[in-house]
Design a protein around this ligand. Structure first.
Ligand SMILES: C[S@@+](CC[C@H](N)C(=O)[O-])C[C@H]1O[C@@H](n2cnc3c(N)ncnc32)[C@H](O)[C@@H]1O
Length: 228
């Protein structure tokens, strides 16, 4: 038990030092990507901001690019983009159109500042401030829906229904990437088809398993001539 804790601490040291240095440089430049809990809303509406792991984000997005939807055809929507770390990663890997929704006003503003400082402001980027459960026509411009465990079941159910309704309004190929998929039963109950799933295991912390999943809309839920 204690041995595992010690081994875990040392195994994490190189990446901790790397991120410490990187975040310090970003802070010097005026950016802020620190974890944040906005006190203006409760856990019954949304969870705390913590950026996705860059390594895992790139790993799952490369899988999507190779097998389901190439980066150059993607329009990427992050539900709960927080301070924008993952939006920026999506731009870096070559996705031409990115957007998202964020509930927290504070983080919405920090995200805009981060994008400006890092020279990542674009005409095509559509950022909305509000509850993901209220997004309707705004979703029609996107075909890759990313969520990193942002909100609880009631919000997730409504948001998934909004994506399904968007496909009815505007038939197209749709992919959903669910990072740290704690509510995958909601997506499966809504009728989404699982394309790929893998476990992220943390060395020396067997209890810290996270599931990442890729889904699509089955053809019968999508009138698109481009089959999923
Ligand atoms: C775990 S963080 C994910 C951050 C980001 N997507 C990433 O991958 O780096 C969850 C984010 O979702 C936001 N959020 C929580 N509930 C929300 C809701 N109902 N609608 C929109 N955003 C929400 C939180 O404020 C927080 O920034």
């Amino acid at each position: 038990m204690y041995m595992n804790k010690i081994l875990y601490f040392f195994s994490q040291l190189p990446s901790r030092i790397y991120w410490k240095i990187k975040n310090t440089i970003l802070r010097w430049r005026g950016c802020d990507f620190a974890d944040f809990r906005d006190p203006s809303f409760g856990f019954e509406i949304g969870y705390t901001y913590r950026p996705s792991s860059v390594i895992e984000f790139r790993r799952i997005m490369r899988k999507v690019d190779r097998e389901f939807l190439p980066f150059e055809q993607m329009s990427f929507f992050d539900a709960g983009f927080g301070k924008g770390a993952t939006l920026i990663e999506a731009m870096k890997i070559g996705i031409p159109v990115v957007g998202g929704v964020e509930l927290s006003e504070t983080m919405f503003e920090i995200c805009q500042k981060n994008l400006k400082i890092l020279g990542r402001e674009r005409e095509s980027t559509k950022l909305y401030r509000g509850n993901a459960a209220t997004m309707t026509e705004q979703l029609d411009d996107f075909n890759l829906f990313y969520f990193a465990n942002p909100f609880p079941e009631s919000v997730m159910k409504q948001y998934i229904q909004n994506i399904i309704d968007s496909a009815k309004r505007k038939p197209r190929k749709l992919i959903m990437v669910y990072y740290h998929a704690t509510l995958h039963h909601v997506l499966e109950a809504a009728g989404l088809r699982l394309l790929y799933s893998y476990q992220v295991k943390v060395l020396f912390r067997p209890e810290a398993i996270s599931l990442n999943k890729i889904y699509c809309l089955p053809d019968e839920m999508n009138n698109s001539t481009v089959k999923n």
